[in-house]
Design a protein around this ligand. Structure first.
Ligand code: SAH
Length: 211
């Protein structure tokens, strides 16, 4: 199957799985996922499945990337924080849905590869650093939206404190191999509304930096 057919089929599948946000679907159709996986997986880049990337990490399943992106309800003007750059694919999708993406990866060699992809694809509104994402990036905050693509063991209070009023945080939360994807929304009265979206499987958020 050529990549054109693969793309069309994937977008159709995402629609059927309930992703309705037209901007998200457009961006997923036009962002070359094959640029974010190693040579041995390029032929699978348009399949609706998670794939291994370097250093034992994974690029999330397109459905999960789409669902999490849509859950952030981005319109285009937002400042977004991402924890867990990984391959950089989710950052690339977000960069076309909002004004600026700040992304944090704890594993330096992975971040370097992702950064070279951002340059190659001229995704100039992504700012990244190697750090422990559990701490967030308070100097650049507060954020309209925050997304974690590694599983937070408990409610991510440090990240929640960097959200603007009306802002949305989406993160897998839990300590097992399956976690709950939660969406928090900071209401005008300072209370966080919490909503469970689905069950997901993410690699755990690990402390400190590495590499
Ligand atoms: N968004 C990625 C998915 C990455 S997998 C993509 O689209 O490819 C999760 C990533 O979170 C891994 O790269 C892992 O190294 C990173 N990670 C784990 N704990 C972290 C932490 N405390 N701070 C920053 N990144 C972390």
């Amino acid at each position: 199957m050529d990549s054109q057919t693969g793309r069309a089929q994937l977008i159709l599948a995402l629609r059927q799985q309930g992703i309705r946000d037209a901007r998200v679907l457009d961006v997923m159709e036009t962002t070359p996922r094959e640029a974010f996986v190693g040579d041995e997986f390029k032929n699978k880049a348009w399949e609706n499945q998670a794939l291994p990337i370097q250093y034992g990490q994974t690029i999330s399943q397109p459905f999960v990337v789409g669902a999490m992106s849509a859950a952030l309800e981005l319109k285009g003007h937002e400042k977004v924080l991402e924890i867990g750059t990984g391959s950089g694919y989710q950052s690339a999708i977000l960069s076309k849905l909002c004004r600026r993406v700040f992304t944090i990866e704890r594993y330096r060699p992975l971040l370097r590869i992702a950064q070279s992809r951002f340059e190659q694809l001229r995704l100039n509104n992504i700012v990244s650093k190697c750090a422990d994402g559990a701490l967030g990036w308070p100097e650049q905050g507060p954020y309209d939206a925050i997304i974690s693509t590694c599983a937070c063991p408990t409610r991510p209070d440090k990240l929640l404190s960097q959200l603007k009023t009306g802002g949305i945080l989406v993160a897998p939360v839990g300590m097992g191999s399956v976690q709950e994807l939660l969406r928090y929304r900071l209401r005008d009265d300072g209370i966080f509304e919490e909503e469970a979206l689905m069950d997901v499987r993410f690699v755990p958020l690990l402390p400190g930096i590495s590499g």
